[in-house]
Design a binder for this molecule. Structure first.
Ligand code: NAP
Length: 457
């Protein structure tokens, strides 16, 4: 079956691509395996030069790439362009910092282990498979690929099947920039073909960003092969607002935090937990702001929220909200998008109880849930009453509340008086069912390295 690029704003098939044959997949795995021996023999300066050239190419291609990703997954063109430019910036960040991050360390007192010298060093490990989602079709891949290639690893990408144009753009990018052939390749394969790639002895590790079921499946296969795995899975991030917060800023940021990327980011704030003393005012202003957002054509610069990426995702949002309303919740519904596209109106749901699916499941689209908390402890209880633990936000100007929230929230990150964003400089990843391992920063580049201890008598 062909791999289709379907425009979520119209539901029309724009382009079709043939999946790779078994022979093409074999060639690409073999190329990644041999390129590893070439790449691992280069130095940081050479790889950095190639990585900067790749960043230059991506910036030069920004308009074209942004149009392609808006056309196949529906994010606004403004946000698509920002994603491409952020990716180029991350490539330069790793070009500049990889060597320092992988320098290792020496024991101050090697005699403690009976050695004249003792130190650790980081070495690349080989070809790594990346299974990636469609929601940030360039950024998700680059935040894995830039550190992996700078460390000296090679990479194979199995991208989500609804973003083949992004996959094919990335397929040639690094070779165009100077990296050896095979250093980075896309595999146009289906999810069921991933198992054979993980089990291939030439593939040494795997990273997956996506849903929890996909993560569990990939991790169990990798586990049975004793291969390292990094998982970046779903999130249902809390956004806590306490009485001392700057309410204007909190409401404005809450709207962006919930609806950026058409509400389809793992680190979108999804559950808004508001202290009783300010709940009514926050709720009024938040609901008014979200339901006033302009929904429509993602290529229009005036559009705030475009369509969701897949017909299945749209159906899922309807089911989650209908279930909550049917069980007694109240939904405040914003503008509908034009007919024909996969639009879901920005919606706030209040009165959510544990009996409703929305309480426990991730809503991957512009749907916010509102909770009333009696005090800080109650806010933390609600925030942590989830199987997810990706990121979080807390709004307060009280130092003691800030400290209690930073310590008490079970998540991979806490943003105080702001919204969750990924930065190349900060580690990114979750606890609980949101994943294992970290991407970005020094921790991210070290995930796919052999930390080798050296002892010299
Ligand atoms: P998904 O269905 O899990 O797909 C992600 C990738 O996994 C795609 O390439 C998909 O291929 C592949 N895949 C799916 N099932 C698989 C399986 N059983 N074995 C191997 N590969 C498999 O996720 P999605 O619906 O596209 O993305 C949304 C989810 O990703 C949300 O839960 C979101 O929170 C999460 N996410 C997390 C992060 C993070 O950093 N923590 C970032 C972005 C998104 P096909 O497309 O061919 O099915």
């Amino acid at each position: 079956m062909s791999i289709q690029s379907v425009n979520p704003a119209t539901g029309q098939v724009e382009r079709e691509f043939e999946p790779h044959t078994a022979e093409e997949v074999e060639e690409r795995i073999a190329a990644a395996h041999s390129a590893f021996y070439v790449l691992a023999g280069t130095n940081f300066a050479t790889r950095g030069q190639w990585m900067r050239a790749a960043a230059d190419l991506m910036e030069a291609d920004a308009d074209e790439v942004a149009a392609a990703i808006t056309g196949e997954m529906g994010k606004t063109l403004v946000q698509a362009r920002a994603e491409v430019l952020k990716s180029a910036k991350a490539m330069r960040f790793y070009a500049d910092n990889a060597e320092t991050m992988l320098t290792g360390r020496a024991l101050d007192d090697p005699s403690a282990v009976g050695a004249s010298q003792a130190y650790v060093r980081y070495q690349p490990i080989g070809a790594v498979l990346a299974v990636m989602p469609w929601n940030y079709p360039i950024w998700q891949v680059i935040r894995f690929a830039a550190p992996a290639l700078m460390a000296g690893n090679t990479a194979l990408l199995k991208h989500a099947s609804n973003v083949p144009q992004a996959a094919l753009y990335l397929d040639s990018l690094f070779e165009r920039a100077g990296f050896p052939r095979g250093a980075f390749h896309s595999l146009l394969i289906s999810a069921r073909d991933v198992e054979a790639v993980i089990r291939d002895p030439r593939v040494v590790a795997v990273t997956l960003t996506g849903s929890e079921p996909a993560g569990r499946s990939v991790a169990s296969i990798a586990g049975s092969e004793v291969k390292h795995v990094v998982l970046e899975l779903g999130g249902s991030d809390p956004f806590i607002v306490l009485p001392s917060a700057d309410l204007d800023a909190a409401v404005k940021t809450a709207v962006t935090a919930r609806t950026t990327n058409n509400g389809q980011a793992c680190i979108n704030a999804k559950r808004f937990i508001v202290h009783n003393d300010i709940y009514d005012e926050f709720a009024d202003r938040f609901i008014t702001a979200i339901t006033s957002l302009k929904v429509g054509d993602p290529t229009d610069p005036m559009t705030d929220v475009g369509p969701v990426a897949t017909r299945g995702g749209l159906g899922e949002l309807h089911e989650l909200v209908d279930d909550a309303v049917h069980k007694g919740a109240k939904a405040y519904v914003g503008q509908c998008g034009p007919d024909g596209g996969w639009y879901y109106p920005p919606t706030v749901v209040a009165g959510v109880t544990p009996a409703m699916r929305l309480y426990a499941e991730e809503a991957f689209g512009p749907v916010a849930t509102l909770y009333r908390a009696t005090d800080v402890d109650d806010a933390l209880r609600i925030a942590n009453d989830t199987t997810f633990g990706l990121s979080s936000a807390v709004w307060t100007n009280e130092p003691d509340e800030e400290r209690r929230c930073i310590e008490g929230i079970q998540a991979g990150a806490v943003f105080v008086n702001g919204m969750s964003i990924s930065y190349p400089e900060l580690p990114f990843g979750g606890v609980k069912d949101s994943g294992v391992g970290r991407e970005l920063s020094a921790e991210g580049i070290r995930e796919f390295c052999n930390l080798k201890s050296v002892w010299k008598g």
